[in-house]
Design a protein around this ligand. Structure first.
Ligand code: SF4
Ligand code: MG
Length: 313
């Protein structure tokens, strides 16, 4: 609620803070238990920053984060440790997050040991179980990360996240580095695991084509703000925000009914240090009117599960 993440920019003789990057600027939303909420937007829109704030990898500048009734920003050290078990993250590049000198057995064993989820003597069985959940073979257990393909490495990353039996998984561009056919396999795996383990996903991606396969609801961000949030069907079939429409027009649609004119946005994304007044999208919006330059559009309800921030919606 009211989440802000401003990163200071240091400068001048004394390294004083001279300005801020307003990476996330006052956003409020809910993730429902058991759902997949996706955040989409171009790089720099604040989607990863939002994920990091929820995980408390960064301290937010302002706002509240509530997880299972607990005030995440006021947790004690032990409270935070317990919460870390319930929230796991999968990143784009599993290679960067897997220790190259550790075998799969060691990587998963470490996750199990740190969080003390199973007694030592049960660990080997549990590792085998995790491998089978993510579609890896038993004889993969003593191999090193470099012996696997990108898709398999992401499966190891997923197994490691799963090891501690989390409730919420934050997937930050989790399939973005993979080939399209491998992407589909990993997305299917994530879906299967969600059902089997009652997981909730926050799925962060720049790719609406990917998001379409996995989401229940989709939230579109632009320059640190939520511009539209809706259930998947409404968002794809009845987008209201000009930015969402432009993003959608760029993805190939298998369905004729949805054929859209390609909407090309002019110009670049403005700097998050000094974002445009009024609607932040007005410098690129094909529909902008005078009011857009001075008045900030609020997120307004336009349907049951559909809110949009545009004066014309
Ligand atoms: Fe475009 Fe104005 Fe709507 Fe912003 S408020 S998206 S500038 S029409
Ligand atoms: Mg990112």
């Amino acid at each position: 609620k009211g989440l802000k993440q401003y990163f200071p920019i240091k400068g001048g003789f004394f390294g004083r803070t001279v300005n801020h990057v307003k990476a996330v600027d006052d956003i409020s939303f809910t993730i429902y238990e058991g759902e997949t909420l996706s955040i989409v937007g171009e790089s720099g829109c604040g989607k990863s920053t939002t994920g990091r704030a929820i995980l408390r990898l960064d301290e937010p500048t302002a706002g509240e984060i509530t997880f299972q009734g607990q005030d995440v920003l006021r947790l004690s050290k032990s409270g935070l440790r317990a919460m870390r078990k319930d929230m796991q993250v999968i990143f784009q590049d599993p290679f960067a997050s897997l220790n190259p000198r550790q075998t799969v057995r060691q990587i998963l064993g470490e996750a199990l040991t740190i969080q003390q989820v199973v007694p030592k003597e049960r660990q080997a069985d549990r590792i085998m179980e995790l491998l089978s959940y993510v579609g890896l073979r038993a004889d993969h257990i003593d191999r090193y990360p470099h012996e696997f393909s990108g898709g398999q490495r992401q499966r190891i990353g997923i197994a490691r996240a799963l090891a501690v039996q989390p409730k919420l998984m934050i997937c930050d561009e989790a399939v973005s580095a993979l080939d399209v056919s491998i992407q589909a396999q990993v997305l299917n795996l994530l879906k299967k695991l969600q059902e089997e383990h009652k997981l909730t996903y926050l799925f962060i991606s720049h790719d609406l084509g990917v998001v379409r396969h996995i989401s229940d609801r989709v939230m579109v961000m632009y320059l640190g703000k939520i511009v539209e949030i809706a259930d998947k069907k409404s968002l794809f079939e009845n987008p209201q925000h000009p930015y969402t429409k432009a993003l959608l027009s760029a993805i190939p649609t298998p369905d004729r009914k949805e054929k859209r004119e390609r909407i090309l946005l002019k110009g670049d994304i403005p700097s998050p240090i000094d974002p445009p007044q009024g609607c932040r999208f007005h410098t690129r919006c094909p529909l902008a009117v005078d009011a857009c330059r001075s008045q900030t559009p609020e997120l307004r309800q336009v349907g049951d599960e559909h809110r949009v921030a545009c004066h014309l919606a």
